[in-house]
Design a protein around this ligand. Structure first.
Ligand SMILES: [Zn+2]
Ligand SMILES: [Zn+2]
Length: 113
């Protein structure tokens, strides 16, 4: 498990509470709805990936379920690797529009041989 700084829990609680007050309890990607009993699985994503950037109007937050949040971060890492210069927010929208689930199928099949 990754190292989590001591104050992280209180930091997270601070903006998480604010975000949960601002936004409906719905995942921004898969639109799964949340209630009190499973609210733990709804997380606050930072659109610019800067956890210290927490504007009170929520413009840097997005509520995502654990799965979509994970996916969001792996996507960001990939974009970085390929040297993309677009900002995270713009990148996401463009990727959604052009996303092809079979894009890597060929590569995966080749590996399987
Ligand atoms: Zn989701
Ligand atoms: Zn995130």
């Amino acid at each position: 498990m990754a190292y989590i700084p001591k104050q992280y829990a209180s930091l997270e609680r601070g903006y998480r509470e604010q975000a949960l007050k601002l936004f409906p309890w719905v995942c921004g990607r898969c639109t799964r709805e949340f209630v009190y009993s499973n609210l733990r699985e709804l997380t606050v994503h930072h659109i610019d990936h800067d956890h210290s950037n927490n504007p009170a109007d929520g413009s840097n937050w997005e509520l995502l379920c654990l799965y979509c949040h994970d996916h969001e971060h792996s996507k960001y890492t990939e974009a970085k690797q390929y040297g993309s210069t677009v900002k995270a927010g713009e990148d996401l929208e463009r990727e959604q529009a052009t996303h092809n689930p079979f894009a890597d199928l060929k590569a995966r099949m080749a590996k399987g041989k």
